[in-house]
Design a protein around this ligand. Sequence first.
Ligand code: SF4
Length: 290
Amino acid sequence: MFVNSAKELEEICNKDNISICEYTIRSQEEEGIKREDIIKKMRKNLLIMQESSKRARSVEVISVSGLIGGDAVKLSKYAESGNSLCGNFLVKAMARALSSSEVNAAMGRIVAAPTAGSCGILPAVIISAGEKLEKKEEDLIDALITASAIGILIAKNATLSGAEGGCQAECGSAAAMGAAAVVEMMGGTPRMALDAGAIVIKNILGLVCDPIAGLVEAPCAKRNISGTVNSLTTADLVMSGVKSLIPFDDAVLAMQRIGKQMPCELRETSMGGLATTPTGIMLKERILGK
Ligand code: SF4
């Protein structure tokens, strides 16, 4: 059975001198799933992620409601212009995140890792880091497996659902999964990967879920961009040697408690936050009628 805490995970990885990815594969093998089947499944996920993070960058993809769409193309062109402040790497990663979110809002195919609303973050983070570091396909697959371990720990000890824990549980978890995976991809230890996950969560604690008109479009798509930036910059922070004062398990505990303290208006009901601003209500009425 998969461990219940990051502390246990780190101890086993250190004792057996293995990565989080390798531990995750072994734990699945104990459940009777073959290693080659895990790899095959993750390869399939990676292919879908590559497609979703690319599609809306080359052609305008507009959501079914018309609320969002076409921005990934703009961002992509801007990245290529060479005029951005943050540089091609980060702006291209942002465009990738937006692309998957736009594809999702247009009912296209995405990998809901960990959820459809946060589906842009993991592909953007893993694919962008892999491209920059000139990693092979198998390295990206390993990164997805590491990311899944972080997702399992959060699901066991808190939640991955916006309806239960707010957007911190969706975009926060996706960004934590990505940061830990990239740190492992860069050669960081299990502790460093877990520290990256903890820092990301700490930086997104309290983020509410308040989708306009109840649609997973706005503010969701742009939150995928900020989650991607949070994830990639945290990976660099940890690789520079900076540690997390609060360990991963405590960061997840805080997320779980904050989720429980959040009023239902801020947990995917669209009864609060951005959804009930004058503009939020106007947009809702435009899409759904009065
Ligand atoms: S705002 Fe809510 S629906 Fe949108 S991505 Fe965040 S948790 Fe999901």
